[in-house]
Design a protein around this ligand. Structure first.
Ligand SMILES: Nc1ncnc2c1ncn2[C@@H]1O[C@H](COP(=O)(O)OP(=O)(O)O)[C@@H](O)[C@H]1O
Ligand SMILES: N[C@@H](CCOP(=O)(O)O)C(=O)O
Length: 331
């Protein structure tokens, strides 16, 4: 096997995993992206330039997560290793529950797909399996790769990861409320119990099933459908403000959950109808200000803040329907 391309460009969306009841299974791709450009170099070694999120914080050598995933993917398909120059333009905040690490892993795997340049190598199934192995759970990797709303599970016979895309009602607008505080997914997984009550598991199974119907066809059911008893409560001690916001929003009828392992809060809101009956839209776009369409949760979000959560950003984000993409550049 050889590398057929020397210059590729990859785009990967942010993702929100769990969505309440779908721990380690459900995830949603969001319209906030990291862009990556990779050149294969004749010489050995690696150079990494990072702009935006993570600049000055993430390693810029072989330990960089995108580099590690890219090299793992080349090894996985038996392709040769090469010198690399990466330019990372990051918009997904790190350590906030918006899938930055899964995006980095998927970016590396798709960059390898682009460099190898063989349509039979590193297809979506293989890329998902590899990304899940590197990330540890599939619920961010699946929507990052496939786009939209996804359900991932381990196959009955071989335990191999599988994923399907599910429909999303066009009125649904994800609203991410993002704190300044970082929390690693590893730390947030560390506070989960080894066992949960059978009654809670049964209660949760109904909601996970209902969420597929609510997100796809019945947004009016989203509040009931986003209940959770398997992870958010156990994580309250490591993100008390996030859970207080989830509680305040849910008390106001908003389908709010912890995004991924937190501490971002995600509201699955609905596009507000404008006075003339058309879908509403809001101006804005600066970081920290809503920049998508007006939603039925806007007043509740403003009210629930109570002026005490300075520095949090409210991002109305579209659902990303495309998932990760890779393009080969000729130069
Ligand atoms: N684009 C990236 N490039 C390099 N490393 C990254 C990138 N995105 C995430 N990481 C690594 O992953 C860590 C965050 O992962 P994690 O704790 O799983 O949080 P989340 O995925 O929710 O943002 C960062 O602190 C960084 O070490
Ligand atoms: N199911 C995982 C999801 C982690 O998502 P992230 O965006 O915080 O990495 C969990 O809840 O631990």
């Amino acid at each position: 096997m050889r590398l057929r391309a020397a210059h590729v460009r990859v785009r990967v969306p942010a993702t929100s995993a769990n969505l309440g009841p779908g721990f380690d299974a459900l995830g949603l791709a969001l319209g906030l992206h990291d862009d990556l450009e990779v050149r294969a170099l004749g010489s050995a070694g690696v150079r990494v330039d990072v702009e935006g999120e993570g600049a000055g914080e993430v390693p810029t050598d072989e330990q960089h997560l995108v580099v590690r995933a890219l090299r793992a993917a080349l090894d996985h398909v038996g392709a040769p290793q090469t010198g690399l120059h990466l330019v990372c333009r990051n918009r997904i905040p790190h350590g906030r529950g918006l899938g930055s690490s899964a995006a980095a892993v998927v970016a590396g795997v798709l960059a390898a797909r682009g460099l190898v340049g063989d349509p039979d190598v590193l297809g979506d199934d293989d890329a998902l399996a590899l990304a899940t192995e590197l990330e540890g759970h599939p619920d961010n990797a699946a929507p990052a790769l496939l786009g939209g709303f996804t359900l991932a599970w381990a196959g009955e016979r071989d335990g191999g990861v599988r994923a399907v895309r599910l429909p999303v009602h066009p009125d649904v607008v994800p609203v991410a409320v993002v704190p300044q505080q970082h929390l690693s997914t590893r730390a947030a997984r560390g506070v989960l119990p080894a066992h949960v009550p059978h009654a809670d598991a049964a209660w949760q199974a109904a909601r996970a099933g209902l969420l597929v119907e609510a997100l796809g066809r019945r947004p009016d059911l989203l509040l009931d459908a986003t209940g959770d008893r398997l992870h958010q409560g156990y994580r309250r001690s490591v993100m008390p403000e996030s859970l207080a916001l989830v509680d305040a929003l849910r008390a106001r009828g908003v389908a709010a959950v912890v995004s991924g392992a937190g501490p971002t809060v995600l509201a699955l809101a609905r596009r507000a109808a404008a006075a003339d009956g058309t879908a509403g839209s809001a101006a804005g776009g600066r970081a920290g200000e809503p920049d998508g369409p007006a939603t039925d949760a806007d007043a509740a979000v403003a009210d629930a803040f109570g002026g005490v959560m300075a520095g949090w950003r409210v991002l109305r984000l579209p659902v990303d329907a495309d998932g990760a993409t890779v393009r080969t550049l000729l130069d």
